[in-house]
Design a binder for this molecule. Structure first.
Ligand code: FE2
Length: 314
């Protein structure tokens, strides 16, 4: 983080920001005296600081997921900047002239994205988009799947172009990659698993809970299925920020445990076997439930496809 006072004499604010920072920033509201910046860009930022008329390109990911976050970040940042009364409005003639002379290389503009075949494709939903109603609305599924889930695949395609990961499986990328490539690959995989962990309301309402070997394994590791449910939901409700809550199996002894990770974290990277997951990013429930995550979890639980969960048990 860079303290804003370092920038008092600037006419233009720009920086590079990581995906994860953008998302967090949009969620937590930008502190009025700070700017988030990528660590790798510090030297560049400081170099540009000596040339106050230069507009530093804003490197932001172009997918649907980050555009809104970027807009939030920019809006909050300009409010903070203008509050210092040293920054001209973004529509002022000076800024517009500056922009014309040195247009920012904004990758938010999709027209600048090279067209290419997409090697990372998202598996179709295993049910209709309205099949989870009334627990999860069609609008939520539509937005979550079409914008967020597919957005990660689009981004992964872009950032792996020409790299070894372009031809690797998602699982191999998750196990070996770091940074944005890991984040986007894991988010593609996590979402596909998340959709599979649920089943249509009509089918779920006539089904039961865990049974057979899965029920026995849950009882052995948690005391009872009900105790597992409480522990899982409690962890999901209490998870700070964005992330995923998982039921996993330890390959070493076959025992089950609850595993949680922030942002795109995936238990494959930790050598664990995923059985069940729930997405606790706000985009999974905000349309239906606003910020009421516990309410979302109450509606998610009856949709769990226990046959799918059991199919991963070894
Ligand atoms: Fe999600």
């Amino acid at each position: 983080m860079i303290d804003k006072p370092e920038w008092h004499d600037r006419q233009w604010f720009a920086t590079t920001v990581r995906d994860s920072d953008l998302v967090k920033t949009s969620r937590a509201a930008v502190p009025p005296t700070t700017v988030l910046a990528d660590r790798d860009s510090h030297s560049r930022l400081r170099h540009e600081e000596r040339e106050p008329t230069t507009v530093l390109p804003i490197a932001v990911n172009a997918d649907e997921n980050t555009e809104a976050a970027f807009a939030d970040f920019t809006r909050a940042f300009l409010v903070a900047a203008n509050a210092a009364a040293t920054i001209p409005s973004v529509s002022s003639p000076a800024v517009l002239q500056q922009r014309a002379q040195a247009p920012p290389e904004s990758v938010c503009n999709k027209k600048q994205q090279p067209a290419r075949t997409m090697p990372f494709e998202v598996k179709p939903l295993p049910y209709a988009k309205n099949a989870l109603e009334p627990h999860i609305s069609q609008e939520t599924v539509e937005t979550h799947f079409e914008k967020h889930h597919k957005g990660y695949a689009t981004k992964l395609t872009q950032i792996t172009e020409g790299k070894p990961e372009a031809t690797m499986s998602l699982e191999d990328i998750i196990r070996t990659a770091t940074g944005p490539i890991f984040n986007n690959a894991a988010q593609v995989w996590n979402h596909t698993f998340y959709w599979e962990c649920m089943m249509p309301t009509a089918a779920a309402s006539s089904g039961g809970g865990p049974s057979g070997a899965l029920a026995a394994a849950l009882e052995k590791s948690f005391g009872s299925v009900e105790a597992f449910k409480k522990a899982f939901i409690d962890r999901a409700a209490a998870h700070f920020g964005s992330g995923w809550i998982w039921l996993v199996q330890r390959p070493a002894d076959g025992g089950l445990e609850i595993w949680e990770g922030h942002d795109a974290a995936n238990p494959l990277k930790a050598g664990l076997r995923p059985l069940l997951t729930v997405d606790v990013w706000e985009h999974a429930y905000y349309i239906d439930r606003r910020n009421r995550r516990a309410e979302y979890l109450d509606h998610w639980w009856p949709l769990v496809n226990w046959a799918f969960v059991a199919s991963h048990l070894k």
